[in-house]
Ligand binder design. Sequence first.
Ligand code: PLP
Length: 409
Amino acid sequence: MGSDAIIKFTDKFGARNYKPLPAVLEKGKGVWVWDVEGNRYMDMLSSYSALNQGHIHKDIIDAVKNQLDRLTLTSRAFYNDKLGEFQKKICEITKMEKMLPMNTGAEAVETAIKAARKWGYLRKFNPPEVEQNEKRKMDKAEIIVCENNFHGRTTTIVGFSSEPQYRFGFGPFTPGFKMISYNDTNALKEAITNNTVGFLMEPIQGEGGIIIPDSGYIKECKKICEENNVLMIADEIQSGLGRTGRMFACDWEDTKPDIYILGKALGGGIYPVSCIACNSEIMDVFTPGDHGSTFGGNPLAAVTGIASLDVLIKYNLPERAEEMGTYFIEQLKNIKSDYIKEVRGKGLLIGIEIKKEKGTARPICENLAKEGVLSKETHEQVVRFAPPLTINKEEIDWALERIQKVFES
Ligand SMILES: *Cc1c(COP(=O)(O)O)cnc(C)c1O
């Protein structure tokens, strides 16, 4: 079947919750993918940063293949011989004492919400009262979130989205969330009450349009949280694992949140692997039976996670993201086009905002695809460039030539 037939066939039996660009891909390697007609494209989206290590990274594929012949799934009813090493590795890179594995990003966000709430009831609010009266209603914990956030698609998470389409038709929603504007530390101070247990934030808003807060914001948020005994929860699912030129985007401000949420590139472009990492004081609020996942922490996922982290470290991908990102952003800023309102980015998380009067980003992404550069619009006006962190200068130059052509025509 050719592309057109496959698109029709795929759409026929599928839900309509996506509107993909019309490229039908069948093969990938590094930063490159090929469609069924044999056309080559550069992947400038990297599955929303789930492919930081590039397509089909040999080290990860070898590790996973090896594990496929041994043991893949045990559930957490039993121990397996791989999870411990994965946990240790996450704790080393996050400098935390514990981690809890899940699968998708949204599940890890849900896990962080549960951890923060239970921490509130057991550790922050009058603990003896909780023990004395088990029937006491545990319904007061508040979590502060930011406008323009993206944390996933579960009903609880979309309930605190500021994007009307993400919510429309899906209520009623989970209470206990309060929204403040992003990049506004005064708003955070003012929003905190005695019931606040956590502040859930993205160090850079990815889906929100590559919104980079003022320098000092992340550090100040942590300080405010500390002063008020509120947990700072950093959703680094997209910004973490090297993407912005540091292992975590919080590292840019030497800030360690109370809870990290990781996902996407933790699966090495193969398989969904996510987790939260935090210290024992928080993690130990979970006791057997409180929370779980059939697939979370399975040996195949653990091996995938270990190999994914090893590749990031072995090939210095965070440093590479900084170096290549700096070059890429600089060159993009040199493009002269009436369409461009702003080029912004950190490391290899880059957005070009299109002037409203010139239309949306979608037709630009369509034209880029015709030239062999795959990207995706985010929030109507922004073209996102987030290639695998393995990209080299020649490959960036290849893309720049085509990006320039599209913007200048
Ligand atoms: C992608 C993303 C998520 C959701 O991850 P899924 O694996 O799609 O559930 C959550 N937070 C951020 C910041 C993301 O970019």
